[in-house]
Design a protein around this ligand. Structure first.
Ligand code: Q0Z
Length: 299
């Protein structure tokens, strides 16, 4: 479970499924490593999914290229030590904006819960009659505060973001988040994936410029639904974690989500089918064969 040794870098932080390092001798260069860890129902699972880290890294890099005319990003290089080649990005250190920038084009999850309670999401009034999975009349910016470790993000309104970062930066965050989502949603939909929502992270350069950071438009930062399974009324199963959630929720797992116990390891068949879903998401989106990627194992 511990982070890999990476020559020339010092490990500084473990996220749920990623590791963060700082370059020896250059505190302004960070290395983000995507591991093969997977989380479900708020737990990091005991099983890993082979190639997941490489697929999600390749997907983020592919999106950064597609988005380059809309927003700058933090990537400096993918020329990284062999120990993490293919699943790491060398990045410029930014002053991170302490807001989760979420865009939603479809109603589900916490957005649906807020709508059902109040008719609005993050202060944005929505038409009546929407149900789980409904496509919204237009994409909305639904920011959230970053949770403390282990907690849940809390939805906030634009006025809250304005007080936190000032009205000009708040407007820029909203406009850029919606522009990224709108481009991503259109491309994904043309390729058979409904991008229901996405969470972006921005940081600022010393000159104040807003830069897209972290990972973007991956199944770990967004809801991916298979387009063929979408109909308003019940949100479709997750593109990537469907088999994991189905198995964990089934009697076969012997696991009770409410018990507070960690989930059991996944059966090999669930791991294999889940791995294939990540590869398929990458292939549908990019049109590239995931297994042809530089050094990607052929399992
Ligand atoms: C991102 C995270 C983890 C990966 C800090 N360009 C940047 N500048 C400053 N800070 C960050 C970035 Cl990306 C930054 N995180 C979240 C945690 C692995 C990303 F363990 N934290």
């Amino acid at each position: 479970m511990s982070a890999p040794e990476v020559p020339g870098y010092r490990h500084v932080y473990s996220g749920k499924v990623r590791e963060l390092y700082v370059a020896d001798g250059d505190p302004n260069r960070l290395l983000i490593v995507a591991t093969d860890r997977i989380s479900a129902y708020d737990h990091v699972l005991a099983s890993t999914v082979p190639d997941k880290g490489r697929v999600l890294t390749a997907m983020t890099l592919w999106w950064f290229e597609r988005l380059a005319d809309l927003v700058p990003n933090h990537v400096v290089s993918t020329d990284v030590p062999d120990a993490v080649r293919g699943r790491a990005m060398l990045c410029e250190r930014l002053e991170m904006v302490q807001v989760e920038c979420v865009a939603r084009g479809y109603l589900t999850g916490s957005g649906l819960a807020d709508y059902q309670a109040t008719g609005a999401v993050c202060g944005i009034e929505l038409p009546t009659g929407l149900v789980d999975g409904s496509r919204l009349p237009y994409p909305i910016f639904t920011p959230a505060t970053k949770a403390q470790r282990g907690g849940h993000d809390q939805n906030v309104d634009l006025a809250y973001v304005e007080r936190l970062v000032g009205p000009d930066v708040a407007t820029e965050l909203r406009d850029r988040t919606l522009a990224v989502y709108e481009l991503g949603e259109r491309i994904a939909r043309e390729r058979g994936i409904v991008l229901a929502d996405t969470k972006l992270e921005f940081g600022r350069r010393p000159d104040g410029a807003l830069v897209l950071a972290d990972e973007v438009l991956t199944p770990d930062s967004s809801r991916f639904w298979p387009a063929e399974g979408w109909r308003p009324g019940t949100a479709p199963p997750s593109f990537d974690k469907q088999f994991v959630r189905d198995w964990l929720a089934s009697p076969a797992s012997g696991w009770d989500r409410a018990s507070g116990e960690p989930p059991p390891p996944l059966p090999p068949d669930v791991v294999r089918r889940t791995r294939e879903r990540y590869l398929e998401a990458y292939e549908r989106l990019t049109g590239r064969r995931a297994l042809d990627l530089s050094g990607l194992a052929t399992g």
